[in-house]
Design a protein around this ligand. Structure first.
Ligand code: FE2
Ligand code: FE2
Length: 252
C-alpha cells in the first residue's frame, strides 16, 4: 500500500494546487491512500466545512491539523468526523481526536498528529509522553505520525524516539520541504518537513508584500493568502512494503 502525504494546504490556492496536481501524481505513483495536512486551508488559518469537503472529494482518507486547527470556529461543527486528526497532546478535554484509524481493503492505517513545543506558543502536553500513551494501545498495520513542529531538533528527536515503533514520521508546519527523507536505523521512514501546498511565489503561502511589510515596519500586520498565479504542491510518497519515502514537488 502506498500513501501520499501532502504538506500544509494553504487557502484556495492550496485547494487549486491539489486539483491541478493530484491526478498526475495518482497516475505516476498509483498511491492508494491520501493524507493531507489541512490546518491552513481556510484563508491560511484553520479549516471550514467547505475546504474539508473539497479535500474529501479529492480522495483524502484523513486530514491532519496543527497549531491553526481551531482558528475557524466552524470546525466545531465537524471536529468529531472520523477523518479529522488534531494534535494528540492537547489537554484532555479539547474537542476532537489525535488518532484515527482508516481502513483500505484489508489493511488499517493509524494516523496520529502531535505538536512540538519548542518555539510554539500553545499550552500542550509533552509530545513524547503523549505518543507513548497512544502507542501503547494502537493496533494497526501501518502507523503514520504527523509531527507539527517548528524546531528541526524536536522533530528529529521525536522521530528517533519512535524509530521502529511506527511506520513513518513526517514533519509539517514550516512549509518548506527539507532534503532529508530517509529510513532511520530501526526502520521508520522520516522527513523533517513535507513542505506546503498553495501559491508558489508567496511567502509560506501568504502574500509576500504583506510579509515583507511586517518585517520592514515591525508592526502587526494581518496576512492574507498570496494570489500568485503559479502553484506548488509538496508531498511525500510512503511505501511501507519497499521501505521507501520519496519527496514529490510539483510547480507550474
Ligand atoms: Fe501550516
Ligand atoms: Fe502550523
Amino acid at each position: 500500500m502506498k500513501i501520499l502525504f501532502v504538506g500544509d494546504v494553504y487557502g484556495t490556492k492550496g485547494i487549486e494546487a491539489l486539483e491541478r496536481f493530484l491526478p498526475e501524481i495518482k497516475r505516476d505513483t498509483g498511491y492508494h491512500m491520501l493524507i493531507i495536512n489541512g490546518e491552513n486551508s481556510a484563508d491560511g488559518l484553520g479549516i471550514r466545512e467547505a475546504e474539508y469537503k473539497a479535500m474529501m472529494q479529492l480522495g483524502a482518507h484523513a486530514i491532519t491539523l496543527g497549531n491553526h486547527g481551531f482558528s475557524k470556529r466552524e470546525i466545531f461543527n465537524f471536529i468529531d468526523d472520523s477523518r479529522l486528526v488534531r494534535p494528540i497532546n492537547y489537554p484532555q478535554n479539547t474537542p476532537g481526536k489525535g488518532l484515527q484509524i482508516v481502513r483500505f481493503n484489508n489493511e488499517t492505517l493509524a494516523v496520529i498528529s502531535v505538536m512540538g513545543r519548542v518555539f510554539m506558543h500553545d499550552p500542550l502536553n509533552n509530545p513524547f509522553e503523549a505518543l507513548d500513551n497512544v502507542l501503547a494501545n494502537v493496533k494497526a498495520d501501518i502507523i503514520l505520525v504527523d509531527v507539527h513542529a517548528e524546531a528541526t531538533s524536536e522533530k528529529l528527536a521525536i522521530a528517533h524516539y519512535l524509530d521502529g515503533r511506527v511506520t513513518a514520521v513526517v514533519g509539517t508546519h514550516t512549509h518548506v520541504q527539507t532534503n532529508d527523507a530517509m529510513q532511520l536505523p530501526k526502520g521508520t521512514l522520516y522527513i523533517t518537513d513535507v513542505g506546503m501546498t498553495g501559491a508558489l511565489f508567496g511567502i509560506l503561502g501568504a502574500d509576500k508584500e504583506l510579509v515583507m511589510q511586517k518585517f520592514l515596519t515591525g508592526m502587526p500586520t494581518r496576512l492574507k493568502p498570496s494570489d500568485s498565479f503559479n502553484l506548488q504542491l509538496n508531498a511525500v510518497l510512503i511505501d511501507p512494503d519497499s521501505k521507501t519515502i520519496k519527496t514529490i514537488q510539483k510547480f507550474n
